[in-house]
Write a protein that binds this ligand. Structure first.
Ligand SMILES: O=c1[nH]cnc2c1ncn2[C@@H]1O[C@H](CO)[C@@H](O)[C@H]1O
Ligand SMILES: [Zn+2]
Length: 432
């Protein structure tokens, strides 16, 4: 007997070999997809009638700082350097472990509600984010943020904590948690330090999550310091490989794109954060054309201001049509692939597609809504008309986290109230 059967659904598999099923069935057993077809002979404890809905792979958010939900709307409409140095970092100096737990749990709740089933995070007090991931049932690749700032002692302390975290949580929560090293950026960490972090990551078989060329200011600072940009510096110290997740990648030359492609680096595109902080437009069309693995991320809620990947998909599609002057750039299906298949590849998880043998991370989108009617093309509808609040059911690792808009894994009101209170207290400490 299977665990879950989803029937009567439009099945958007994202599997190029299988295509879509207009009226299909997905069978889940032991956390995996065991059958996809028109009908099944199986029976299951839980049978979900998904008539009028789309079942598709859960979305993958490849760059966020989950606990920053506490800073949602706290410091808007500012320059990145001022935003980070004058507002966010002083407030972060007041963060406690408990704050991070509450903020991370709020983030997990928001992601479950908006159809994200796994995410890559870089922050502090990461044990707390890991506990929130464990409790919420989501899947995540987590890293402790290492911000050396040319201070050897701080570098060592951060790296030690990063390593402890990597080792403590690798493979935890039944394999749902993976750990990575999280050196913050090439303009906040020295080349020497970054090389050391790479070396440690290699020893531990862990990936690396880093911000790269988010701003022009970073590009100019790198040219001044090293006589070359971040991508060339990182390449020269042997940092790059398929184990690297590089967020933003806005200020790239054609040569940089070629390096990222050659090294198999995974890029996380965060269009809303880049637009909000006016960081610039990443050359995503070119990267995709040349075969770079580009996925989508929201960045933290202080620069977005939510974790809704549906908004991110639409924004990515629109931004690159405008930027290239080409309305055929980034069509809906390609953007969906970025948010599913490419994201899963970036995190090295067996998810992102509905395919027999893959992990059962999937979402059911309620299409019986005024703004989703009529429906001529499902991918178009998902990217251009749908939003995170159209998700009715979220399943991760074969476990139902939200059933028909009811979140089963946490007390939703309590999570909201506690996060609200923690955020207010945190901000008043920061302003004191
Ligand atoms: O867009 C961004 N660019 C640079 N740093 C950021 C951004 N968003 C968040 N952080 C910062 O990264 C650190 C986590 O390791 C935190 O200090 C967080 O505020
Ligand atoms: Zn970030």
């Amino acid at each position: 007997m299977a665990d879950i059967i989803i029937k009567n659904a439009y099945v958007l598999t994202m599997d190029p070999d299988a295509g879509d099923l207009k009226n299909g069935t997905v069978v889940i057993e032991d956390g995996k997809i065991t059958e996809i077809g028109e009908k099944t002979k199986e029976s299951a404890e839980t049978v979900i009638d998904a008539k009028g809905s789309v079942v598709m792979p859960g979305l993958v958010n490849t760059h966020t700082h989950a606990a920053m939900t506490l800073f949602r709307g706290y410091a808007d409409d500012l320059q990145l350097a001022e935003w980070l140095e004058k507002h966010i970092w002083p407030a972060e100096a007041q963060l406690t472990a408990e704050d991070v737990y509450k903020g991370s749990l709020l983030a997990c709740l928001e992601m479950i509600r908006s159809g994200t089933t796994s995410f890559a995070d870089m922050y502090f007090f990461m044990d707390e984010t890991a506990k929130a991931v464990e409790a919420s049932g989501l899947r995540a690749s987590l890293s402790h943020g290492l911000i050396e700032l040319w201070n050897k002692e701080k570098g060592e302390t951060d790296l030690k904590e990063g390593k402890r975290f990597v080792r403590a949580w690798q493979g935890a929560a039944g394999g749902r948690i993976k750990t990575m090293y999280g050196p913050h950026a090439p303009n906040t960490c020295s080349d020497e330090f970054l090389a050391k972090v790479k070396e440690e990551a290699r020893k531990d078989g862990a990936g690396l999550h880093i911000h790269v060329l988010e701003t022009e200011a970073e590009l100019l600072a790198m040219k001044e310091r090293y006589g070359k940009c971040s991508v060339h510096m990182l390449d020269d110290i042997g940092f790059f490989g398929p184990d690297v997740l590089a967020a933003h990648c806005v200020w790239l030359s054609d040569g940089d794109i070629e390096i990222l492609r050659k090294r198999g680096v995974n890029v996380s595109h965060n269009p809303i954060s880049n637009m909000k902080l006016a960081s610039g437009t990443a050359p995503i069309y070119k990267m995709l054309e040349r075969g770079v693995n580009v996925s989508l991320g929201t960045d933290g809620c202080a620069s977005n201001n939510n974790l809704d990947l549906f908004e991110e998909m639409k924004t990515a599609a629109l931004l690159h049509k405008l930027n290239t002057g080409n309305p055929t750039a980034l069509p809906a299906r390609q953007v969906l692939k970025m948010a599913t298949v490419n994201g899963a590849k970036a995190l090295g998880t067996e998810t992102g597609m509905l395919k027999v043998g893959m992990k059962a991370d999937l979402i059911i989108v309620d299409m019986k809504k005024p703004h989703l009617t009529p429906c001529f093309d499902v991918p178009s509808q998902l990217v251009y008309s749908a939003g995170g609040s159209d998700i009715r059911t979220t399943i991760v690792d074969g476990k139902v986290l939200m059933d028909d808009y009811r979140v089963l894994v946490m007390d939703e009101q309590k999570v909201i109230e506690e996060a609200q209170k923690a955020a207010e207290e945190l901000v008043s400490r920061a302003k004191a």
